[in-house]
Design a protein around this ligand. Structure first.
Ligand SMILES: [Zn+2]
Ligand SMILES: [Zn+2]
Length: 299
C-alpha cells in the first residue's frame, strides 16, 4: 500500500505543483481523494494503471478538487478502460458530473456510478472501511479516514508441516483464520501463525479549519495529510478563508496522537514548503511536506 501525491497546490497550479489529488494505491485498487484540474496528467506520470479498479472520493466541490475528474474520465476512455469507477462526494456531485458528461458527450467506455455521501460510513470493503465527517470550510466539505481491517498474522509453513497439516486447501483455510481438523486434532490459526497485524489508519483532511471534531476523527492515525495552505504569519487569512496553517495542522495532529503528518495544499506563495515544515516541526516530531509525485510506502 502506498500514498501517491498527484497534486499539492491550493486553488491554482504552479510550475511544480498541480491541483489537489491524492491516491492511496492498494494491492488491487486505487482510492483517489479529490481530482483537481490536470489530474490525468499526473496520473499518467505516476504510472498507477489506467484500468485498475478505482474509486474517487471528493472532499468538496471547489474546482481545484473536482474539475479534474472530467479529464481523467475522458483520458481513461481514450485508453479503453473497461473497469467501472465509483465516485463519492457531497451533495451536488451528481449534478456536476451528470451535466458535464451529457454536455461534453463523453462516450465513456466504462460504467461510472455517482454516490452522494453524508457523514458516517462511506465504504465497508472486505479489507478496509472509509468514514467521512463534516469539515469546516467555506462550502460543505468532508474529511475522510481510511482504516485497514486487521490482517491475519504471519503464516509459518514449517510449523504447519510439523503439526502435519497437508499443504493445499487446509493451509489456505487456516491462513484465512479458520480452524482446521487433521486426523482427530483441531488446529487453531494461532498454532501456525503469528499475532494479528493491526491495520493502518490514514486521514485525508481536504480543505478545512482545524476543529475538535476532526481531532477526534483523526485520532491515532498512522498518517494524516492535512490542509497546510498558509504559514503562521498568515493565520488570520487562514481563518478568513477556512483553511489551516501548517502549525495548526501540527497542533491538531499532536492532540490526535497522529504518528506521521504530511502537509499539503500549499498556497502558491510558497515555492519552497520548508518554511511550513519548520513551523509544524516546532509542534510535531514527524512532519513532511508533500510534493507532486511523492510516493510514501505504508508499511
Ligand atoms: Zn482547495
Ligand atoms: Zn476549497
Amino acid at each position: 500500500m502506498k500514498l501517491v501525491f498527484l497534486g499539492t497546490s491550493a486553488a491554482q497550479p504552479t510550475e511544480n505543483r498541480g491541483m489537489t489529488c491524492i491516491c492511496l494505491v492498494l494491492e488491487k485498487e486505487i482510492l483517489m481523494f479529490d481530482a483537481g484540474e490536470g489530474a490525468q496528467v499526473a496520473f499518467h506520470k505516476a504510472k498507477i494503471g489506467w484500468n485498475k479498479k478505482m474509486k474517487i472520493l471528493v472532499t468538496h466541490l471547489h474546482g481545484d478538487h473536482c474539475v479534474g475528474i472530467l479529464g481523467l474520465l475522458q483520458t481513461m476512455s481514450l485508453q479503453s478502460r473497461t473497469e467501472s469507477i465509483d465516485i463519492y462526494g457531497p451533495k451536488g456531485i451528481e449534478d456536476f458530473l451528470a451535466a458535464n458528461l451529457k454536455v461534453l458527450n463523453f462516450g465513456l467506455t466504462f460504467p461510472v456510478r455517482i454516490m452522494t455521501i453524508k457523514e458516517g460510513l462511506v465504504l465497508d470493503d472486505e479489507t478496509y472501511t472509509i468514514h467521512s465527517v463534516e469539515a469546516e470550510h467555506s462550502i460543505p466539505a468532508y474529511s475522510y479516514v481510511f482504516e485497514e481491517k486487521d490482517k491475519p498474522g504471519k503464516f509459518y509453513p514449517e510449523k504447519a508441516k510439523e503439526i502435519g497439516i497437508p499443504e493445499g486447501k487446509l493451509w489456505h483455510e487456516i491462513q484465512r483464520g479458520k480452524e482446521v481438523i487433521v486426523g482427530n486434532k483441531t488446529i487453531k490459526p494461532a498454532d501456525v501463525m503469528g499475532e494479528k497485524r493491526k491495520g493502518k489508519k490514514i486521514g485525508i483532511s481536504g480543505d478545512t479549519r482545524p476543529t475538535a471534531k476532526l481531532e477526534g476523527f483523526f485520532k491515532d492515525c498512522d498518517y494524516l495529510t492535512f490542509d497546510s495552505t498558509y504559514s503562521d504569519e498568515l493565520k488570520e487569512k487562514a481563518k478568513e478563508n477556512y483553511h489551516s496553517t501548517a502549525k495548526e495542522a501540527a497542533e491538531l495532529a499532536k492532540k490526535a496522537n497522529v504518528s506521521n503528518l504530511i502537509l499539503t495544499h500549499f498556497s502558491t506563495r510558497y515555492d519552497d514548503a520548508q518554511i511550513l515544515v519548520n513551523e509544524a516541526k516546532t509542534i510535531h516530531s514527524s512532519v513532511i511536506a508533500a510534493k507532486d509525485l511523492l510516493e510514501i510506502e505504508i508499511k
